[in-house]
Each structure stands twice: as structure tokens, then as C-alpha cells.
Design a protein around this ligand. Sequence first.
Ligand code: ADP
Ligand code: MG
Length: 397
Amino acid sequence: MNYNKKTVRDVDVSGKKVLLRCDFNVPQDKETGEITSDKRIVAALPTIRYLLDNNAAVIACSHLGKPKNGPDPKLSLAPVAKRLGELLGREVLFAADVVGEDAQAKAAALKPGQILLLENTRFEKGETKNDPELAKAMASMAELYVSDAFGAVHRAHASTAGVAAYLPAVSGFLIQKELEFLGGAIADPKRPLVAILGGSKVSSKIGVINNLLEIADTIIIGGGMAYTFAAAQGGKVGGSLLEADWMDYSREMIEKAKAKGVKLLLPVDTVCADAFAPDAKSQVVKAGEIPDGWQGLDIGPETVKLYCDAVADAGTVIWNGPMGVFEFPAFAKGTEAVAEALSRTSAITIIGGGDSAAAVEQLGYADKMTHISTGGGASLEFLEGKELPGVACLLDK
Ligand code: ADP
Ligand code: MG
């Protein structure tokens, strides 16, 4: 997959109507509908400002939530238009539909330097089906398509990929940054490349493990998935998270790493608890020696040392998946120690995955990382080496 894509800087936007796909899928209060975090709106500002400052007329669009049967007032983008207007310090026009009369009329009347936000793209049933008629109708309102919705690039929907069949398509600054760092780390990493993989299950990370085994110099395994690896080697894992169906796979991965000369590090000790609870009783035991009635919730102190040493002289570190149940402070130590070690290396540090990003933020290390991916699902598919429809549809440089 080619990650070298044209950006808004590579085309002339002046005087053009630009259809801009944003990720305005913001969290909202269930009762009041109030936006509880405007992070995604803030993240979209640089591209929006660039387009407006360079004399484009911006027709912004996004999905919000998962409307089941067409328009649902609870999932209207109207509150986003209001918040965006406050952040931009200028009027944001709002269309009551996506490609209906209101959208068409307002898009047609839009002047350079003005911005219009269309209603929730998923109010149109054709959106998630990537219906060419819908894509064509959206494209007909503009002369250029800019995608900046990294969180949605793994989906082939009308507004994330379909429209690119009818308009020249380039990336905004958010996607550009994701491609630069995630793409760079995968296509041409500064070595040694160390991949830290954790999280809950082996089964949800198969694609990531498979792909990173091909490109990494060292793979570090932590989190819940480590217990399936431990059990696969004959260890006792007590009541830890175990995916018995994936033990053969884990053994194969250990063999494959050996054959390829990839260093595969597994925990040597573990912090186990007598219950899955924040205030559970805990003890440190050797990996593979977890007593019955106990479950592993974090990597142990010896493992922390081993893993921190392994990242010390890395060129690039890709981290996906917390080392333990970081949501419980008593079991966040392993994740925190790794975050701290990453903050000290001179390596390019890249965090992918929704919970991993949340962990790094919660623990206060966000500004110490080179890049924290903004797309949970999209960044995983990226690390799996999959072709992302919302990226593939953009013009190559
Ligand atoms: P990401 O979203 O970054 O890809 P995952 O969704 O794979 O990460 O995993 C995150 C979850 O894994 C966290 O909620 C964390 O509590 C859980 N987890 C980590 N270690 C363990 C463990 N030892 N036992 C159970 N759950 C774990
Ligand atoms: Mg997750």
C-alpha cells in the first residue's frame, strides 16, 4: 500500500468548493445530547483553517453515531456546527440534510471563505453501503475532495471512499500525519523496530501480530494475551484471560519468530489478583506459575525491567495494547513503566489503538510520544498492513 499521498498543499484550493470529510463522531451526553469532548472537532481545525484561509468554500461532512433508520434528531450534527463555529470564531452554516434540497441550495450559494456543515452522512442509507448514487450526489456539490477523517478510513463508505471516484481526492493534515508516522514506521522504520503488543486478547490482534512479525526486530508481548502464550508453553495461568483455541497459534508464532530471527519477549513474572477488581488482593509470581483462584492482571517487576531495557536503544517503537488492566490503578504499573520508558528513549514512539491511546493519556505521557494515532480501529487495520479504502482512494504523490 502506498502511504505517500497528495495533501491539500499539493493542489490549488483557491476559489474551489471542497467536500471535506471530517471525523466529528464526538461523544455526547445520553440525556442532554451535550458534546462531552470536542477533541475531534479541535483536531480538524488546522485543515479547515488552511482551506478557508486559502480561499476555498468548505462543505464539511461527517457521520455521528449509528443511526439505524434514516434521520434521528438525537444524532444530528447541529450541535457540532455550533461548537465548530465557536472554535473557528466564524459562522458555520448548517444543512438539514446530506444531499437533499437544503444541502444542494446551501452548497450552491457557498462563497470562498465560508463553511457549511452537512447533516449526519449516515442519515442516508447509502452511506454505509457505499452507494455510488449517493457518492455522486455528494461529489456533485464540490470540485475537490479532502479527507481528514482518519478514524473512518478503514471503512469503504460513500463519504469516506466512494466520492473519490468522482472528484480529485487528497488528504488533510490529520491523515497526512498518520500516514507519515504509522506509514513510515511500517514501510521504512528507523531500526531497530520494537513492537509492544498487549491488550486483552490474542484473537483480536492476530492480524497485527502476523504483520509485525514480518517487519519488527523485536516483539514484546504483554497484557491479557500473554497468558495464552504462557499456557501454550505449558505454564499454569490460573483464572487469567485464556483463549485455549489460540494456543496452537501462539506456539506457531514463537516458532516463526525464532525462524525469522525476530526477538520475541514474553513476561517472566506477573502481578496476579484474587479477583478482577480494583481493590483485589495481589501478589507477584513467576510467569506460568499462577495459582488456582488467581488471575494475572499486570506484568511483574522483572518483566518491566526486561521490557524497558528492550526499548532503550530502539529506533522506532510501535505500541498497541496496554500491559495490564490499567483502568485499575493497582494494576497500571506495568503500562505506566513502559510509557515512562518510551518517554525517555530517543526512538520514534507511535501509539496505536483506542485503549492504548487512552492509557497513555490517562497516565500523563501523551505529550512525550512522537505520535498517538487518532483512529482506534483504523490504526489497528493500519498495523495489520491492510489496505485502507479511505487512504487508497487518495491521489498518489
Ligand atoms: P487497544 O484498544 O489499544 O487496541 P485492546 O482493546 O486490545 O487495546 O485492550 C485493552 C484492554 O485490555 C484494556 O481494557 C485492559 O484492561 C485489557 N487488559 C490488559 N491486560 C489485561 C489482563 N491481564 N487481563 C484482562 N484484561 C487485560
Ligand atoms: Mg480496544
